[in-house]
Design a protein around this ligand. Structure first.
Ligand SMILES: Nc1ncnc2c1ncn2[C@@H]1O[C@H](COP(=O)(O)OP(=O)(O)OP(=O)(O)O)[C@@H](O)[C@H]1O
Ligand SMILES: [Mg+2]
Length: 415
């Protein structure tokens, strides 16, 4: 048994130990709390930083993919993928990156993606089966402990700046192309004006006054030819103007007629006949008229070149040298056909002609931009462009646009 003194001593020690333990526990708790409060912001920071980078990754304006290096399966991708390829993130995750290429080209591209860091002008296919041309950059990376590839695809036709510049550059080249025809076209009203003014100068120089009716007829002739020359210059300026893409109500027959006005002189000079069959009361479409004119001129220039190539190959005799231009409307769409009797397109080149910079023309003659730019313009205006051809017999380019729908849901057939 303990004596009272011993008991007191024991109790005192127990209380001291308990007190010390309490202090230690308190200290420990304070430390833990401090550590927790210290760790809190760090974890928060790291979480915030992860979210921040995730947001940046999602919003990068070009498609970015994270691929498994071995299988090329898509482990992650950003929002631009949907804009460019049409696939939603959830839809495309875990699929092979190769689904974005033509099946026949899977093997080549699989090898290139694994071995190169840059693939220029790679042809890809979107969800709605459109071909697009992209520059691809590949860099090896670690992703959640796996060997991965970070792949950024920049659409070479889409970036607005580049696209506008290319459209403009191609337009300028077209104007250059047409210079001879236009000069000839301008020469006609100018020579009429010159003849009339020389006649008047001559008469007045001799002190003779022409009869009032003759004078009136001559002045009217001069006036109308000045208008014609002004019209040609205005048209050229409008065509050449750097325009922002804008959609308006467009009567395709009028745009085609304008393109032919600018170009038919050029064709006449080369003995190429143009036959038009434009459907009356063709429904309107919503499109950028200025750019459509550029598409039609590109197709007419190509038709002219194809006919001339055939002429160079087989000679001129008995050859039908014609361009047919036809419009029609059916099932809510309008159709424009531009057909030529030129060399045609060989089967093996058919799926390359819309590629940027693809040309079979001599150096200095073609840049290979006409069709790729036309393809982009038609697509921007919700249309489609396709080609039918028989080698050595000619080619037909077919463009279709949806008819403009009125607010009340009906088709617009005015104009
Ligand atoms: N009507 C056609 N008949 C035969 N081949 C054509 C026709 N249109 C285009 N092609 C072929 O498609 C290629 C690409 O055409 P595209 O208009 O893009 O370029 P280009 O005419 O060669 O050069 P650019 O238009 O830049 O002056 C041409 O080089 C030609 O081989
Ligand atoms: Mg061309």
């Amino acid at each position: 048994m303990c004596s009272s003194a011993t008991w007191q001593a024991l109790k005192g020690r127990a209380e001291r130990v308990a007190g010390e333990r309490l202090t230690i526990n308190r200290q420990r708790n304070t430390e833990i709390t401090a550590r927790m409060t210290r760790m809190g912001p760090l974890e928060k920071e790291s979480k915030e930083s992860e979210e921040h980078y995730r947001a940046i990754f999602s919003k990068i304006p070009v498609p970015v993919f994270v691929l498994d290096r071995k299988s090329l399966r898509i482990l992650d991708c950003n929002e631009a993928v949907q804009d460019v390829y049409g696939y939603g993130r959830e839809e495309i995750l875990h699929s092979s990156f190769l689904i974005l290429f033509e099946t026949a080209e899977h093997q080549n591209y699989a090898l290139e993606i694994r071995t190169s860091d840059t693939l220029n002008h790679a042809r890809q296919v979107t969800k709605d089966c459109r071909s697009i041309f992209v520059n691809i950059r590949v860099s090896p990376h670690e992703y959640l402990g796996r060997q991965a590839l970070l792949v950024a695809a920049s659409d070479v036709i889409r970036p607005l700046m580049v696209k506008h510049q290319l459209i403009q550059a191609s337009k300028m080249a077209t104007l250059g192309e047409m210079a001879t025809g236009v000069a000839h076209e301008l020469n006609q009203p100018l020579s009429v004006i010159k003849t009339a003014s020389s006649f008047l100068v001559n008469r007045f120089g001799k002190g003779e006054k022409p009869r009032e009716s003759v004078l009136k007829a001559m002045i009217e002739e001069i006036d109308s030819h000045v208008d014609r020359a002004t019209g040609i210059v205005r048209h050229l300026r409008e065509f050449g103007r750097k325009s922002e893409a804008k959609k308006e109500q467009v009567q395709v027959n009028v745009v085609l007629q304008r393109a032919l006005d600018l170009f038919s002189q050029q064709l006449k000079l080369r003995n190429i006949e143009v036959l038009c069959e434009l459907e009356e009361s063709l429904p309107l479409i919503m499109a950028d008229g200025n750019r459509l004119e550029q598409v039609f001129i590109n197709l007419l220039i190509n038709a002219r070149d194809a006919i001339e190539q055939k002429r160079d190959k087989f000679g001129h005799a008995d050859m039908e040298e014609r361009i047919f231009v036809k419009t029609s409307a059916r099932l809510g769409k309008i159709k424009i056909e531009i057909k030529d009797t030129g060399v045609g397109i060989p089967e093996d080149l058919l799926d390359r002609i819309f590629e940027p910079f693809f040309t079979t023309k001599k150096t200095g003659k073609g840049t290979g931009l006409g069709l790729s730019i036309s393809y982009g313009i038609v697509q921007d205006n919700d249309g489609t462009i396709e080609v039918q051809t028989v080698e050595s017999e000619g080619a037909t380019f077919i463009i279709q646009f949806p008819v403009m729908v009125n607010v009340d849901g009906g088709e617009n057939t005015s104009c």
